[in-house]
Design a protein around this ligand. Structure first.
Ligand SMILES: *[C@@H]1O[C@H](CO)[C@@H](O)[C@H](O)[C@H]1NC(C)=O
Ligand SMILES: *[C@@H]1O[C@H](CO)[C@@H](O)[C@H](O)[C@H]1NC(C)=O
Ligand SMILES: *[C@@H]1O[C@H](CO)[C@@H](O)[C@H](O)[C@H]1NC(C)=O
Ligand SMILES: *[C@@H]1O[C@H](CO)[C@@H](O)[C@H](O)[C@H]1NC(C)=O
Length: 395
């Protein structure tokens, strides 16, 4: 800059007639120099100001476009500057995403092809609550979960529009997933289960997936339940081949050849699935349309047949073929018995729910611990259960 200004001045000097040069330089040179420095100063200030405002505008633009990205992906929470593995494996900070089922199931079906995780991973149990409205037994579950925060996560699917009231200190707080209508016996009930599985799959730490209802309670302390599930070679899904009108009688030949009569299975909807099987459920496009079309009330009930049949066809060797959730059908009728405080005693939990010695198989060994959960319990039973939880349930 200085060099150019310098050469300019020398050029100008050169234009002055030689004979006048002496005179000029003698009187005007200090004045001209002063002017030159003044111009130089103004120029530098101008350049500085323009450079500064350019940088400011640029930073401003970058900042506002980052803000736009954040608005588009609210589930990613804070956008990280670095692109480490951390940002990929971190579970969504908010469960309220804007994906529809097609998008959600696609995203949840993304599976790592390398078995060994290159980071410290503590496998968790995802407890998935399929409910209509409130969770009246939540205080009992809160006691059950307490102190095991690293080992579980919670997801709630309830009727759309239902707004739960959990305190921020509750493990149920903010665990609601975007929900849709689910009716007993219809395939939209299975869709709600798939939606729960898909949301839970987005957290890479979830390894086992347990479906429970608002009328369910745990029958053992957390440690015992975690050990039982995590050390089992099989997933717990009721699946049996039943003759008669309520079993094979519900099969429709339209389902062949994907599902033949001999493949038809029945079982309770309350399951425990491994991560592999959970992905299978979410990504199924072969059996789901068949059930959608041919398994409808009142000749067939999707929630009693879809998963047992599909899982038996795909992965029979991974199934224990029994459920972990105790229920009492002995009173007859379309609904199982619901227990209230008067009927809940130590004897009831030991004898009715506890099971006789050797009444089921665990990893091929006979055991009397067949059930980890039980239903149904009346909302009014919660205080009685809380008052006696250690005596009845061991926590
Ligand atoms: C979800 O959105 C995608 C893209 O708009 C669309 O193709 C798909 O049909 C939608 N799925 C459902 C279940 O609405
Ligand atoms: C859970 O219950 C078992 C007995 O069934 C007991 O040995 C264990 O200490 C209990 N664990 C906790 C954390 O309370
Ligand atoms: C059902 O039966 C047909 C005809 O025997 C056979 O081709 C088909 O593979 C069977 N489907 C399954 C799922 O086994
Ligand atoms: C569950 O049933 C399937 C057949 O439906 C069978 O292949 C599998 O071995 C059974 N699982 C156990 C643990 O017995």
């Amino acid at each position: 800059m200085q060099a150019r200004v310098g050469s300019f001045s020398s050029l100008e000097e050169g234009q002055i007639p030689l004979r006048m040069m002496h005179q000029y330089s003698k009187h005007l040179l200090p004045l001209r120099l002063l002017l030159l420095f003044l111009l130089l100063g103004v120029g530098l200030v101008f350049i500085y100001i323009s450079m500064y405002s350019y940088r400011y505008i640029n930073i401003h633009n970058v900042a506002s476009s980052t803000a736009a990205t954040r608005i588009q992906t609210p589930h990613d929470g804070c956008v990280q500057e670095s692109e480490g593995l951390e940002s990929w494996i971190r579970p969504p900070s908010s469960l309220l995403h804007a994906m529809n089922d097609t998008e959600l199931f696609w995203r949840a079906s993304v599976v790592p092809e390398i078995d060994k995780y290159p980071f410290k991973r503590t496998p968790k149990i995802a407890f998935m609550f399929l409910t209509r409205g409130p969770l009246p037994l939540a205080p009992l579950w809160e006691r059950f979960f307490s102190g095991n925060e690293r080992l579980y996560s919670i997801y709630i699917h309830s009727s759309p529009g239902y707004d739960p009231e959990f305190k921020p200190s509750s493990p149920f707080y903010g665990r609601q997933i975007p929900s849709q209508v689910a009716e007993w016996g219809r395939m939209n009930m299975c869709d709600a289960e798939r939606r729960l599985l898909a949301n839970a799959l987005l957290d890479f730490s979830n390894e086992w997936f347990v479906l429970v209802s608002e009328a369910c309670i745990p029958l053992h302390n957390f440690t015992n339940i975690y050990t039982y599930i995590s050390q089992s070679q099989f997933s717990f899904l009721g699946a049996f081949d039943e003759d008669g009108p309520y079993g094979r009688g519900r099969y429709n030949e339209g389902m062949a050849p994907e599902v033949n009569l001999s493949d038809w299975r029945k079982g309770s909807q309350w399951f425990e699935l491994s991560r592999k099987l959970a992905v299978d459920v979410v990504q199924d496009t072969l059996y789901h349309p068949k059930f959608e079309q041919f398994c409808r009330p009142h000749t067939c009930y999707g929630d009693e047949h879809y998963l047992p049949t599909m899982m038996t066809l795909q992965s029979p060797h991974l199934l224990a073929n029994r459920t972990l959730t105790w229920v009492d059908w002995s009173r007859g009728g379309p609904h199982p018995a619901s227990y209230d405080e008067g009927e809940l005693t130590e004897k009831f939990f030991k004898e009715a729910v506890g099971g006789a010695e050797g009444s089921c198989l665990y990893n091929g060994q006979a055991t009397n611990v067949c059930f980890l959960f039980a239903r149904k319990f009346a909302p009014t039973a919660v205080d009685h259960l809380l008052a006696n939880s250690f005596k009845f349930l061991g926590f």
